[in-house]
Design a protein around this ligand. Structure first.
Ligand code: 26W
Length: 817
């Protein structure tokens, strides 16, 4: 037993003691929230003991350290995963039980930190768990938003957004680190002068925002390694001056304070369309500058003042381009503060920064109006401009006269700063997040850059932490796997493949089915409690859960459900496997069409409920406020995983991996990581449909696709689409879905409509669904597929992903003790 593990008795006594000291109460008198805080504090004590060891290890080993910068970290709740990584779930569960407390009631008290939109933020969270568990030295860096992603309610079939004030009762896991507070400067103007023969740049009349770090310890599984997640909070350096109270300046002063603190107020809920909003730029620069200042401070403390060694001791990984201001900011610090020459500084930057791209959607590629950068960050603008000038010089030599190419590759063009170009030009590594995505980056999105610097490009397929997404969220399945193949797979998840032969073992299959049924019952209970909805666990559970986007094609799913409804309604002899279709999806508040899709789904749900026979085999449930915590209940209950993105559009997907690991069978396109999932399980254990990504890209290029041709030939589809606007769904107002309907049939900007090929792929999707429905009737066949999916999911553990990043990009040493 390691010194840091707590036994049941000491856990019990610590909790009793804390409730007494914090609240002056006995356990019986304490509220659930008070108990939660006492338990969290106990778990934290245990982690802190390890944290001290980890910090000593770091000082001793003096290893290179990774800084993983991301504007989003979608952590989910911490308590249970922390207990799990401390290998103490049993001790805590029993200790609480002996105090008369059900651990589940304690876990429910934790607010979920929803500091992310979707895949990108959740990936960062999975990475931290794996980094700690693999004994790699790292620090996650982000913004401590006071409000995370909005909470979603469905009112009258429409999305309503509510603020997510997750910090109301404080955050039990964080500690402020006041001594690392630093200043970030905005605005002003730059003065150039020569001091001792050297050109100097001094910014004057800037305003200051203070950056205060809060650290959250991330403990690895059964190890003493603990890495911090550092969250920066904005604070005004101005203190309210009570002396100015009488002079009426009080209001102005408090307004200034509010403006400064607005920087870390709220997470932007857009994850597709990029809008050059000043506040967003402030957020990005704020946390990037604070992080870089800290990195240099820590480096100098550990290794002295020779910054040329920075690349040997530090790697800065930027999660998409959002922290891309790290490039000019590091240049600025090295030149203006540390006195290095331009070329030296540029070389250090190019050897220290690595960049991951997460999307090829043109509208999501980050760009900032020059005027905005100039005004907000005048010195940074100078540096960007100089980086651009030198880059374009080089390109001009290489491609004389090729203006188009140079414009495509430039950092600054058409009055915008193109963040991806800056990140590629100034980093040593650019990676995509699945094999297919990596290829598209090279052949399409960054074609020109790949010609010039092919050695930078690679692809590393995403992963998910099997500790949260199997061990923690699916104890039933975890128990069954342990009873069957032992527990070596917990450290080496690819050993899950030892389960594969058990797909042919009838007793195992039945045990597997029993676990699935229990998870379906657990989901049903949650829905009854939270939404007052009743679902029948004997129905097939089919789930599409992800952000709402046209490219993810929730429409394909919805239209197909409407077609099924019509088959039932029009033909009294038609039957099918009873099925519940679950949707979980938040729409960006300003994304009108996405919100219309939610209305469409909810309207279909109501239509079905009104039909006595349809109700017996079809149901649609829109799960409100899909977040990490509800995913942990939803995913283990799923039997079918819907991964329907237009091929080439989904960079990887990670939900697909979570469903697979929990024994759901995928119906999906050959997109992102679905391609690799299909290779792992084999084509017999997945339902692949639709156009392949090269065909999709050809069709975009040719502008030849006309959805009207399909509308006119596919009668079932035509009928369903017509029902969108003929009063079937909205009897009192047929025009509600007008725009959505038109978007599928009529185009703009040279397209003939249906930009994501919903109609084009509908036939193929509908056939795949028919096969799936028939196969589900064959219970043995279905269960074999489900078991195979779990068995082959090990490669999608983020442990594998992180090992690959480390081999190809980071080159960190594992802490040895
Ligand atoms: C509006 C600014 C903006 C633009 C793009 C914010 C956030 C983004 C992200 C890049 C969107 C995102 O989350 N991408 C997803 O990243 C996952 C992790 O790599 C992939 O699995 C998903 O396929 C990809 O859509």
């Amino acid at each position: 037993m390691p010194a840091t593990s707590f036994d049941k008795e000491s856990i019990k006594n610590t909790i009793i003691g804390k409730v007494q000291r914090y609240n002056g109460l006995t356990i019986e008198e304490a509220t659930p929230q008070q108990i939660y805080r006492a338990v969290a504090s106990t778990v934290r004590d245990q982690i802190m003991q390890k944290y001290m060891v980890a910090r000593e290890d770091r000082k001793k080993c003096r290893q290179k350290r990774l800084y993983y910068l991301s504007v989003e970290y979608l952590m989910g709740r911490s308590m249970y995963c922390n207990m799990l990584n401390l290998v103490s779930t049993k001790e805590y569960t029993e200790a609480l039980a002996e105090l008369g407390i059900d651990i589940r009631d304690v876990l429910k008290e934790e607010p979920e930190p929803g500091l992310g939109n979707g895949g990108l933020g959740r990936l960062a969270a999975c990475f931290l768990d794996s980094l700690s568990s693999l004994d790699l030295p790292a620090m996650g860096c982000t913004i401590r938003y006071e409000y995370g992603l909005f909470r979603q309610k469905i009112v009258d079939g429409q999305q309503v957004e509510l603020p997510d004030s997750w910090l109301d009762n404080g955050n039990a896991w964080e500690t402020p680190v006041m001594e690392d507070t630093c200043e970030v400067h905005f605005g002003g103007h730059v003065e150039e002068m020569t001091v001792n023969g050297r050109q100097q740049y001094i910014t004057r009349d800037y305003y200051t925002v203070e950056a205060v770090p809060y650290d959250m310890p991330i403990v690895g599984y059964d190890t003493t390694n603990v890495n911090p997640l550092r969250m920066w909070s904005a604070r005004s350096p101005k203190k309210l001056d009570l002396g100015s109270f009488g002079e009426g300046k009080y209001v102005q002063a408090s307004e200034e304070i509010e403006l400064a603190e607005a920087i870390s107020k709220v997470l932007y809920p857009e994850d597709k369309h990029y809008e050059g909003k000043m506040l967003r730029l402030k957020q990005h620069y704020f946390f990037t500058s604070a992080t870089l200042q800290y990195i240099l401070k820590d480096f100098k403390k550990m290794y002295g003042s020779d910054l040329r060694k920075l690349p040997d001791k530090v790697v800065i990984h930027i999660n998409d381009t959002h922290p891309g201001m790290a490039v000019p900011e590091l240049m600025r610090l090295l030149i203006d503060q540390e006195g290095l020459e331009w070329d030296e500084a540029a070389q250090i930057v190019r050897r220290t920064i690595a960049y991951t791209n997460h999307t090829i959607m043109a509208e999501a590629l980050e760009k900032w109006p020059v005027s905005m950068v100039q005004q907000l960050l005048p010195r940074i603008w100078q540096i960007i401009n100089e980086l651009n000038r030198r880059l374009c010089d080089r390109l001009w030599n290489q491609f004389p006269g090729d203006w188009d190419r140079i414009a495509r590759m430039a950092i600054v063009s058409y009055d915008n700063v193109h963040m991806a170009n800056m990140c590629i030009a100034m980093s040593y590594s650019v990676n995509g997040v699945s094999r297919l995505h990596g290829e598209i980056l090279k052949e399409e999105t960054f074609y020109d850059y790949n010609l010039v610097m092919p050695e930078k490009f690679s692809a590393i397929t995403n992963g998910i932490t099997h500790r949260r997404w199997l061990l923690s969220c699916n104890p039933g399945l975890t128990g069954l796997i342990r009873d069957t193949i032992g527990d070596k797979w917990i450290r080496e998840p690819e050993l899950l493949s030892e389960l594969r032969p058990y797909a042919d073992d009838a007793a195992f299959r039945e045990a597997f089915a029993k676990v699935k049924l229990q998870n379906k019952e657990r989901l049903a209970a949650m829905l009854r409690e939270r939404q007052g909805v009743d679902v029948d666990p004997s129905f097939m559970f089919d789930v599409q859960a992800k952000r709402l986007h046209e490219y993810k094609r929730q429409m394909l799913n919805a239209l197909h459900i409407l077609v099924l409804y019509n088959r039932i309604a029009d033909d009294p002899n038609f039957t099918m496997q009873p099925r519940v279709f679950f949707f979980g999806a938040k729409a960006s508040p300003g994304y009108y069409r996405a919100k219309q899709i939610i209305r469409f789904i909810c309207a279909i749900s109501e239509l079905i409920e009104k039909h006595p026979r349809a109700r017996t085999m079809l149901k649609v449930v829109f799960l409100e406020n899909y977040d990490v915590s509800s995913a942990e209940i939803l995913i283990p209950a799923a039997e079918v995983s819907e991964q329907l993105s237009t091929a080439s559009k989904e960079a990887s997907g990670t939900g697909n991996m979570k469903f697979m690991m929990n024994g759901a069978v995928t119906i999906g396109t050959m997109d992102g990581a679905n391609v690799e999932i299909s290779e792992q399980v084999g084509m017999d254990n997945i339902y692949i449909f639709g156009m392949r990504s090269d065909t999709v890209r050809d069709m975009y290029r040719e502008h030849s696709y006309n959805p009207m041709n399909i509308f006119e030939t596919n009668q079932e589809l035509r009928k369903a689409m017509t029902q969108m606007i003929d009063g079937t769904l909205f009897p009192t107002n047929g025009a509600v879905l007008q725009d959505l309907y038109h978007s599928l049939l009529m185009g703009e900007w040279g397209s003939l409509g249906d930009n994501y090929f919903v109609l084009k792929d509908f036939g193929s999707y509908s056939m795949a669904q028919r096969r799936l429905n028939n196969d589900y009737e064959n219970r043995d066949k279905w269960l074999k597929m489900a078991v195979t999916n779990t068995a082959m999911s090990g490669i999608f553990s983020s442990d594998r992903t992180i090992e690959e990043y480390n081999e190809k990009i980071w080159h960190l040493q594992k802490t040895v003790r």
